[in-house]
Design a protein. Structure first.
Length: 218
């Protein structure tokens, strides 16, 4: 059985109806480690998937692009290979490398520097932590994510305050930030549209996986 680590409860909801185990990490490396370890302790889990949204680094990528990388890089540049068999289950590898740790890339300049220095197409904060736990426990590992904020998107302040440690959106924090800086509203609306495109891409990938499993019985 597959285990999925997500940062957001909203991401976890996309997995409703899957024959899988799901753990929410809250969008931090520490939370992802805890979530992955809880799955690794479950004897029915044979592989762990890092699942959800990511920030685009490649200027050629767009919101909603599916991310199934060949390898994950941590903040120090250590590479963790993904399992090609697992990648194939979701449609096959779509990118060579992603960054799975460090800090949020807020500005287009931040994203450009990371892309230039690593060649990674996208970044999230959790995947390297999940990869480490999978390696420690001898479990398969892969990443299934989608670009939510493309390389040219500047993340507004409210977006950086939105996520609580339990993986839920802190609406009060977002509203207070918007009241302090109402000029960020257009950016927030654009980011919401881009995140919706990413969620649709993930839904399609999961539907393809379900169809494949139904057809092959594996």
């Amino acid at each position: 059985m597959l285990g999925f680590v997500t940062g957001l409860t909203a991401e976890a909801s996309l997995l409703h109806g899957m024959d899988a185990k799901v753990a929410v990490g809250g969008g931090t490396p520490e939370g992802a480690t805890r979530a992955a370890r809880s799955l690794a302790r479950d004897s029915s889990v044979s592989a762990i998937i890092s699942f959800g949204l990511a920030g685009g680094l490649d200027p050629g990528s767009a919101a909603g692009d599916l991310l199934i990388p060949r390898r994950i890089l941590d903040a120090a540049g250590t590479a963790f290979p993904c399992d090609n068999r697992l990648a194939d289950m979701f449609g096959g590898v779509t990118a060579d490398a992603m960054i799975g740790g460090g800090k949020v890339a807020v500005t287009p300049q931040d994203k450009m520097m990371l892309f230039a220095s690593t060649g990674a197409v996208a970044i999230d904060l959790e995947s390297a932590a999940v990869a480490r736990v999978a390696l420690e426990h001898g479990l398969g590992f892969a990443v299934l994510r989608a670009v939510a904020d493309p390389a040219g998107r500047h993340l507004p302040p409210a977006a950086l305050l939105a996520l609580g440690t339990d993986g839920r959106i802190q609406l009060g924090q977002v509203v207070r930030s918007v009241l302090r800086q109402p000029a960020q509203i257009p950016q927030l609306l654009a980011l919401a549209r881009e995140a919706a495109a990413a969620r649709r891409a993930l839904k399609r990938a999961l539907q393809a996986y379900r169809s494949s499993v139904s057809a092959t019985g594996t």
